[in-house]
Write a protein that binds this ligand. Structure first.
Ligand SMILES: [Zn+2]
Length: 281
């Protein structure tokens, strides 16, 4: 089955991931800009990082036949340094013209602090002004409810089309509000903490498949990009059709990301990938 990994941090992973993803049906990945595991000291370090994900990483993925797209942003953790953030932002629009850059993200909250809020709003405005898609990081664990609530308040006051916003890392207790408000939501599968593949399928069964994206964690921390395949297996094991699986794990990313014409992979029907077997004479 053909799969799209909408949220993948290739720079923290080895080429073996790409090889195994290619063998297990992944045709494209999206790489939002994120924290590097440490706070960067210079704006230029961000710019080199943006070059890495917009120029180099697509060539690494292409060796395995995988399309690689990315996003640029100052992530919430480093938004604690507004001076550095504004300097990085000054250079971001130049990246919007690159052939694989889809928009602005991940922006949003980590600790839901004042500085984070200021930089979140500034980047949101920039994305709207440049007609870019938006991916929003919601805080992990303890601060998730408060951070998600504040995120939705900020979005409600922004002049943004909800269809072009993806609120990511939702969980059972935060999925409903952004969905009801018309945004896309994503949830992320983790090997140890947070959402498991089974809980993921439970959410799909409860909330349907409209405007939902599924990611597996793939970064420098404990993570496993193949939880996506595990989630698909669990989904199919519960008797959901192959077409339903394709709708969620391939076609939904096409629908959201395809709002930027640079993402040109189209939704598919099961007949296109698995032709009817010939009738035996
Ligand atoms: Zn991320």
């Amino acid at each position: 089955m053909q799969i799209i990994q909408p949220h993948y941090h290739g720079i923290a992973r080895t080429a073996q991931d790409y090889e195994r993803m290619a063998m297990s049906g992944v045709v494209a990945v999206g790489e939002p800009a994120f924290w590097a595991g440490f706070d960067r000291a210079y704006p230029e370090t961000f710019l080199d990082y943006f070059r890495q994900i917009s120029e180099f990483e697509p060539t690494r993925a292409a060796e395995y036949g995988i399309r690689h797209f990315c996003w640029v942003a100052v992530n919430p953790k480093e938004a604690e340094n507004p001076e550095l953030s504004y300097e990085v932002m000054r250079h971001m629009p130049a990246f919007f013209d690159k052939p694989t850059v889809l928009g602005v993200g991940e922006i949003g909250f980590h600790k839901t602090s004042k500085n984070e809020e200021e930089i979140f709003e500034a980047q949101l405005d920039m994305a709207i002004k440049h007609d870019q898609l938006i991916v929003i990081h919601t805080p992990h664990l303890a601060d998730k409810v408060r951070g998600t609530k504040r995120t939705l308040e900020i979005l409600a006051h922004a002049d943004v089309d909800p269809e072009r916003v993806w609120v990511d890392h939702v969980e059972e207790h935060t999925i409903r509000e952004p969905l009801d408000a018309g945004y896309w939501v994503g949830f992320t599968l983790y090997p140890i903490t947070k959402c498991s593949p089974r809980r993921g399928v439970d959410m799909l069964e409860q909330y349907g498949r409209e405007r939902i994206l599924v990611n597996s964690s793939a970064d420098w921390g404990p993570s496993d990009p193949f939880l996506l395949q595990e989630c698909i297996l669990e989904f199919r094991r519960r008797n959901h059709s192959l077409q339903e699986a394709i709708e969620i794990f391939h076609n939904n990313p096409c629908r959201f990301l395809g709002q930027n014409p640079k993402f040109d992979i189209k939704p598919i029907r099961v007949e296109e990938i698995e032709p009817e077997p010939a009738v035996a004479g």
